[in-house]
Design a protein around this ligand. Structure first.
Ligand SMILES: *[C@@H]1O[C@H](CO)[C@@H](O)[C@H](O)[C@H]1NC(C)=O
Ligand SMILES: *[C@@H]1O[C@H](CO)[C@@H](O)[C@H](O)[C@H]1NC(C)=O
Ligand SMILES: *[C@@H]1O[C@H](CO)[C@@H](O)[C@H](O)[C@H]1NC(C)=O
Ligand SMILES: *[C@@H]1O[C@H](CO)[C@@H](O)[C@H](O)[C@H]1NC(C)=O
Ligand SMILES: *[C@@H]1O[C@H](CO)[C@@H](O)[C@H](O)[C@H]1NC(C)=O
Length: 471
């Protein structure tokens, strides 16, 4: 029996460590927080001290009226952070106190990401929450480049559901989506500490907001699918804004932690092309050979080809023959692959494993995207296994199996070139609940068809020890 035991290595499951995560946290605030040596910049009515930041002034009860209205405050983290491609998680505790001597309330506050580190727009008090003003509100083309998560405590009947909700604001103060907190028995403006958690999944493009009174377990209140790359610049400033109108309201931040973990560029691929379409089983293989007649012949032929080549010193011979064979894995020159991957730049690195590294590349003459697997010198995958891999999977042809396009063996470099599967591993989609049953069924039958091909139909039985599907 001819049998191959294959190990599969996958592009999706790897670490991308070229940019460090951004991670900061404030357990409390003091009067230095907004100063020269602090990490915050405060604008307008925002002042730090005594453990918290007052975004708008604390209430001053004198003669039954509260302090003057129309306040706007803004506080930003001093350094820009990465908004995309990244996964972002931030949580903070706020305390919002309405003036209980007044029947009305102030307007609210927001956590936000914005293009610049400048002050609030002129006349952005009241309903504008310090995010926009009459000039910029609702303008097409989004020159502002910001995303706000509003904690809205004032009912503007033109666009608000009530006076106690969460909403997402981009180009307009009329939120793209809102969620009332009345449903989960939280009242924002009671002066109680409210904890808010914001999570953006850079793969799934899903923003999730959870809220609770401090100490209680967080409750998910909003899930919204949004392309961060189409909403804000890649590098943004993050912080808080708050405002009041005629009626005063105090908005305080008690703590804040923030984390942005960079993702590889190809996590943005949906942003450009919409939903994933291709579904293939990616089979970049790292075979350990148990013994095979075909393999022996294959190695023999390869070795012979190399010998002949060096004997006749006609380097291009095998290459020319390979080029001529339709669909046969092609021999690439090292130069071509260096060019395709920008000299194996970090930017192009898709992942690493025991065998070496995988890079994304573009072959200049066909402009096709490829994945280039560079086998490291220390890899257990030696020359023989390398040749075996070419022979084994080079001859496989199935629409659901990732195609080996070519190889390169030059100056001690061993390289394999595959079709590039831009959408990454299937597991990114499968747990999100976004795949319809029809799609799931198609994936399963596609997988079964590929396995049947490998087991029964491709000539010599190929046994998988692991199959990794990718979209
Ligand atoms: C971020 O910082 C917090 C505390 O400052 C720490 O608990 C957490 O592990 C850090 N996360 C990363 C990814 O560095
Ligand atoms: C409070 O009332 C007193 C007397 O009526 C007045 O003199 C004072 O200016 C008032 N203060 C404020 C802040 O309105
Ligand atoms: C309401 O106003 C009065 C003064 O008119 C003040 O003494 C009282 O503290 C205020 N109530 C609250 C809850 O702030
Ligand atoms: C809105 O803000 C911009 C920038 O701060 C400012 O130039 C503009 O005059 C403001 N519009 C209004 C109506 O105040
Ligand atoms: C948001 O999605 C999560 C699963 O990812 C779910 O547990 C949660 O209930 C959802 N929240 C809302 C408000 O739909």
């Amino acid at each position: 029996m001819l049998m191959f035991v294959l190990f599969f290595i996958f592009l999706g499951q790897v670490s991308y460590a070229s940019v460090d995560p951004i991670n900061f946290s404030f357990a409390s605030f003091d009067s230095q927080s907004c100063g020269e040596d602090g990490d915050l910049i405060c604008f307008g009515s925002a002042v730090a001290g005594n453990g918290f930041v007052d975004v708008t002034p604390r209430l001053q009860h004198t003669n039954g009226t509260s302090s003057s209205g129309n306040n706007v405050g803004r506080v930003l983290y001093k350094y820009p952070v990465l908004a995309w491609p990244a996964t972002i998680s931030t949580s903070f505790t706020v305390r919002i106190s309405k003036d209980s001597n007044s029947t009305g309330s102030g307007d609210g506050m927001a956590f936000f990401m914005t293009r610049g580190d400048g002050p609030s727009p002129v006349n952005s008090y009241g309903a504008f929450l310090g995010l926009l003003n009459r000039t910029t509100n609702g303008k097409e083309g989004n020159m502002i480049g910001q995303l706000g998560v509003e904690l809205d405590t004032f009912y503007n009947n033109e666009f608000d559901p009530d006076d106690n909700h969460i909403g997402l604001d981009t180009t307009s103060i009329s939120s793209i989506v809102t969620a009332s907190l009345n449903n989960i028995d939280i009242d924002l403006k009671l002066g109680r500490e409210v904890k808010v958690k914001f999570d953006y999944d850079g793969w799934g493009k899903m923003l999730q907001i959870s809220v609770a009174y401090a100490g209680a377990p967080l409750v998910s209140v909003l899930n919204y699918s949004i392309f961060m790359s189409k909403t804000v610049p890649s590098s943004v400033y993050v912080g808080f804004t708050g405002s009041t109108g005629i009626v005063s309201e105090s908005h305080q931040i008690l703590d804040w932690s923030f984390m942005s973990v960079p993702l590889p560029k190809y996590s943005l691929v949906d942003d450009q092309s919409g939903k994933a379409k291709k579904k293939k089983i990616m089979a970049i293989t790292l075979p350990v050979v148990t013994g095979s007649f075909v393999l022996v012949i294959c190695i023999y032929l390869m070795v012979k080809a190399y010998r002949d080549k060096s004997r006749r010193r006609s380097k291009g011979d095998l290459e020319i023959r390979s080029r001529n064979a339709v669909n046969a894995p092609k021999m690439f020159t090292l130069k071509e692959l260096i060019k395709a991957t920008q000299n194996f730049s970090k930017e192009k690195l898709l992942g690493t494993g025991g065998f070496g590294s995988v890079y994304q590349g573009t072959i200049s003459d066909t402009l096709s995207s490829v994945a280039v697997k560079k086998i490291s010198a220390t890899s257990k995958q030696g020359e023989q296994e390398f040749l075996a891999e070419i022979c084994t999977i080079g001859r496989l042809r199935h629409k659901n199996i990732v195609q080996l396009l070519g190889w390169c063996h030059e100056r001690d470099h061993l390289l394999l070139v595959y079709e590039f599967m831009a959408n990454g591993s299937l597991d990114r989609y499968i747990c999100k609940g976004s795949l319809s049953w029809r799609t799931r069924y198609k994936i399963l039958t596609g997988l079964a068809s590929a396995l049947l091909y490998l087991h029964d139909e491709c000539g010599n039985t190929v046994i998988h020890r692991d199959v990794k599907p990718t979209m």
